[in-house]
Design a protein around this ligand. Structure first.
Ligand code: AMP
Length: 443
């Protein structure tokens, strides 16, 4: 089912009170996933949806789930999220739409206080939002029962499975009545996601969101084949050029701190970082300060970056190439939204990142430049195509000789903008795989 979204909120079968709440939230028009998923969820179907962060997927399950269960007493809704941050955001969206009906939300996440969560669970919340690990913890302690759940939501199912939550998901699912509605949202559909869908869902309706080239974000993507030693200098060059907000992705948590430290030493103070070893309140503060503009740059790992709900970043830097090609799409999806042209720069080390870059190439269906190769500059397709190349940054006052080597090694312009836009839409729709899961159910 691939449709252009021409629906309005009033077309989706929602109550007038809910329409009023949506108006208050300033959601003028439903997004594609909302237009397609909401009527199906309201009718009680299982729904399997391909969806990206930023597509409005959270509201696409929150709004109809609240509509279905408002006015009923009991814990009917359980949403599983891959990370604490995503769980908190989802909890906040549930709060926003459910509190008007007196519905209570309990959020259970690693790192938070067990006794406080136990109390929230004991107060018979209508909705539980949890990370799988923490929910299993509460199940083992006897703090919660799941036999009332009638609507089970897997948010970012691919990410939960990649993070190794398969066992916990099984434990949780086994404790929920089979007579239920199951909703699954996933950006990608690997065999493990398919397996979970087959196990947990019954004849799901599919929702495939395929971004058109026009609606996909416009992202100017660049690949820099450089050595490990050149990465910091290159990042600093970009920081000097880029006046907007930046998201810097690194491969490991120690790395987030190291890069932050090096930038501090180089005099860049408007930079913060976030990784999973930081206490929860420190993470929340870092994200809040980035959102409020106190910091212009945030350094994060993939797991942490996923949960940060910021969608208008000017520039994404892949300081380290992502381990999974799908993460490349998630990462760069932070920029180029709201009709603006975004920028994404990837640092790859020859001999080390060749395979990862090949995987990204495969995913995007577009060849990337090889180390030392300088492919033809795209003609007039995007801002980079039109823009005359400056030989050195305006605000770089170092002698030319010092710049020369880096400039030669890093300039690898990228593909035409249209292809970039299509690639940015990424692997997410995978209609073939979705159809396979669906056809499995139809068999
Ligand atoms: P999500 O994909 O659920 O992470 O949502 C991304 C962002 O879009 C969130 O900040 C939402 O508040 C916002 N959002 C969701 N639906 C709409 C809508 N229909 N119109 C405008 N903004 C929306």
């Amino acid at each position: 089912m691939e449709i252009q979204n021409t629906a309005t909120w009033a077309d989706l079968g929602l109550s007038s009170e809910m329409l009023e709440q949506i108006k208050q939230a300033n959601y003028n028009t439903p997004t594609a996933v909302q237009a397609q998923a909401i009527p199906l969820v309201l009718q009680g179907f299982d729904v399997l949806a391909s969806s990206q962060t930023g597509s409005g997927k959270t509201a696409s399950f929150v709004i109809p789930a609240v509509e279905r269960f408002k006015g009923k007493n009991g814990t009917y809704i359980l949403a599983l999220s891959p990370t604490r941050e995503i769980a908190q955001q989802t909890g906040a969206v549930f709060e926003a739409f459910a509190s008007a009906y007196g519905m209570k939300v309990a959020v259970c996440i690693g790192g938070a206080s067990i006794p406080v969560e136990k109390e929230a669970l004991a107060a018979s919340p209508h909705i539980i939002v949890a990370t799988p690990g923490r929910l299993c913890d509460h199940l083992e302690r006897g703090n919660v029962w799941l036999d009332f759940i009638q609507c089970l939501i897997f948010d970012e199912a691919d990410r939960m499975l990649e993070m190794g939550f398969a066992k916990q998901i099984d434990t949780i699912t086994e404790q929920i009545p089979k007579e239920r509605q199951t909703l699954m949202f996933s950006a990608t559909f690997s065999p493990t996601v398919e397996k979970l869908a087959r196990k947990a869902m019954r004849e799901p309706k599919e929702v495939i969101i395929k971004r058109t080239v026009e609606s996909a974000p416009k992202i100017d993507q660049r690949l820099f084949w450089i050595s490990e030693d050149q990465k910091l200098g290159n990042l600093i060059r970009i920081l000097r050029h880029e006046k907007g907000t930046m998201f810097v992705f690194v491969k490991a948590k120690e790395r987030a701190y190291q890069v932050w430290r090096s930038l501090q030493n180089a005099g860049f103070e408007s930079v913060t970082y976030i990784h999973s070893d930081l206490p929860q309140d420190a993470r929340e503060l870092a994200v809040a300060d980035f959102k409020s503009g106190k910091y212009r740059v945030i350094i994060a790992t993939d797991v942490m970056g996923r949960g940060i709900d910021v969608d208008d970043v000017a520039h994404v830097v892949n300081y380290d190439v992502p381990r999974e090609a799908a993460d490349y799409v998630h990462r760069i999806g932070r920029t180029g939204r709201r009709g603006l042209t975004g920028h994404a720069s990837t640092f790859a080390v020859p001999g080390k990142d060749d395979k990862a870059i090949k995987d990204i190439e495969k995913l995007r269906g577009v060849p990337a430049p090889k180390p030392g190769e300088r492919p033809a500059r795209p003609q007039g397709d995007g801002p980079q195509g039109n823009r005359p190349q400056r030989s050195r940054p305006r605000d770089d006052h170092r002698p030319r000789s010092e710049n020369k080597e880096k400039l030669q090694s890093v300039k690898t312009p990228e593909m035409p903008q249209k292809t970039v836009a299509a690639a940015a839409a990424g692997p997410q729709t995978k209609p073939g795989i979705l159809s396979r899961i669906i056809s499995f159910f139809k068999r």
